[in-house]
Ligand binder design. Sequence first.
Ligand SMILES: [Zn+2]
Length: 79
Amino acid sequence: MPESKNIRCEEVVEHLLAFLDGEVEEGRRERIEQHLEECRSCCSRADFEVALRQKVREVALKRPPLRLRRKIRQLIDQF
Ligand SMILES: [Zn+2]
């Protein structure tokens, strides 16, 4: 029985995070890419994950402003 070229949504979802990190092996990556082109629901899910990661990265990069940090420290010191 020849191996099916198409993979199921469950498999895509399962490997989506690794896929976005570039941590899936070559063959699987191609099949996921192909699936994402054909499957609207997995594609929007991938878009969502990418947007979410970008947001998380932005927040992580932005430190609170110095004045705010002083204020927080003052509040902590009061206890
Ligand atoms: Zn799908």
